[in-house]
Design a protein around this ligand. Structure first.
Ligand code: F6R
Ligand code: MG
Ligand code: MG
Length: 373
């Protein structure tokens, strides 16, 4: 049997510095210590710990498969320990995303976000992971469509015979808990019809149609549905494979040459422009944003990440590049324009998507003063 490699990206907001802003050093230290120990014990082969805004991100490469109990337990225990430290330091929102108390074998549905992909390594397998803060999984619908279905974005769809058969998309209906698979280009209009509704329909998997090769996996959760109330946006993660009959690295990154609007930002209740940044700028400030996204590139080799001579994974911080200056500037311009509208739609999300609202109290207070017309 061919040995398979699994990439697991599991993230959690366990508390942050000076508001919902950034993960501070002591929490990284805990994550790093636990990841290193798991590597020494042979549970995982490689890891990389990073953050985007207030979300602690554990990137692990191993051979244990998807939804492996030990891998999920490692992540869960690491988040618990980091949350404990966050509480000791009275960091902000300590333990915020640890919604359930008892671990039951899988962190899915317990608060943390998960994207996992088990693959048969190709001759060379470039991987890109994306992580965003102050937004939700629907934020990836637009770039995933562009990367895997839009011939104006991805030249390979038109001129690489390996990609000519198109791609299949699994779309989750997060309200009804159902999913459907649509094939592009044949069902492109139906796909857009669904995924244009970013708060409900979210792309969870993409496969190359001709051989069902898995090429993208997103974390699709709705914390609000888990918790039974609005408790924050889900701050999604995404894993994408690149090159050699799949979209090239540059075709995967080009949708981010321009900023676009995503749901989230301040109090999870506003439309805000997504800003692609290097990890050093992955912290949320203005109006708790603008929503930020980072992209890290690496290679997998024999069940681990390609490393330097000291065993440190080789990581490309892909948005730490002048090529994304324009998107960053656009994001600021769009941010300043839309903020002029304050709490008027479309700056503010529609009522059902708002994380914070005082409307029920307002209606209660005014209920006797409303007159029939
Ligand atoms: C959005 C987010 C922040 C907070 C805001 C208020 O997902 O995390 O924008 O919603 O800073 O936070 P609290 O109510 O904790 O003061
Ligand atoms: Mg937070
Ligand atoms: Mg966050």
């Amino acid at each position: 049997m061919v040995k398979k490699t699994t990439i697991s990206l599991i993230k959690c907001d366990v508390g942050s510095l000076a508001g919902h802003h950034v993960v501070p050093e002591p929490l990284f230290k805990i994550a790093e210590k636990n990841m290193k120990k798991a590597e020494e014990e042979g549970l995982i082969n490689s890891h990389h710990v990073f953050n985007v805004g207030d979300d602690l991100q554990l990137l692990m490469v191993h051979e244990m498969g998807e939804s492996n109990q030990e891998i999920h337990k490692l992540a869960w225990n690491t988040f618990q320990e980091a949350a404990k430290k966050a509480m000791e330091l009275k960091l902000y929102g300590a333990g915020q995303d640890l919604l359930k108390t008892a671990f039951s074998g899988n962190v899915r549905g317990m608060g943390p976000g998960v994207a996992e992909m088990e693959i048969e390594e190709r001759g060379s397998d470039p991987i890109v992971v994306f992580a965003a803060d102050k937004t939700s999984a629907g934020a990836f619908n637009f770039p995933l469509f562009r990367i895997f279905a839009d011939p104006m974005n991805t030249a390979g769809l038109v001129i690489d015979p390996e990609m000519a058969g198109g791609f299949k998309f699994e779309v989750l209906d997060t309200i009804e808990s159902k999913s459907v698979v649509l094939k592009c280009p044949e069902e492109m209009y139906e796909l857009i019809g669904l995924i244009g509704t970013v708060d409900r329909y979210m792309i969870s998997h993409v496969w190359r149609a001709r051989d069902n090769m898995l090429c993208a996996v997103g974390s699709v959760t709705k914390l609000s549905l888990i918790a039974g109330k609005y408790i924050g946006k889900d701050d999604p993660v995404l894993i994408v494979r690149a090159q050699h009959g799949l979209p090239a690295l540059g075709e995967i990154l080009v949708p981010f040459m321009h900023s676009y609007f995503v749901a989230g930002w301040m109090r999870g209740s506003h439309w805000g422009p997504l800003m692609p940044v290097g990890v050093k700028d992955a912290k949320c400030t203005v109006f708790d944003g603008p929503p930020r996204i980072v992209a890290l590139g690496f290679q997998v080799v024999n069940g681990r990440m390609a490393c330097d001579d000291d065993g440190k994974p080789l990581i490309a911080d892909l948005f730490d590049d002048p090529a994304f200056e324009m998107a960053r500037r656009e994001a600021l311009e769009l941010a300043s324009s839309i903020r002029r509208m304050g709490e008027f739609e479309p700056a503010r999300l529609s009522i059902k998507e708002m994380e914070y609202t005082t409307l029920p109290q307002i209606l209660e207070k005014l209920k006797d003063r409303f007159k029939s017309i």
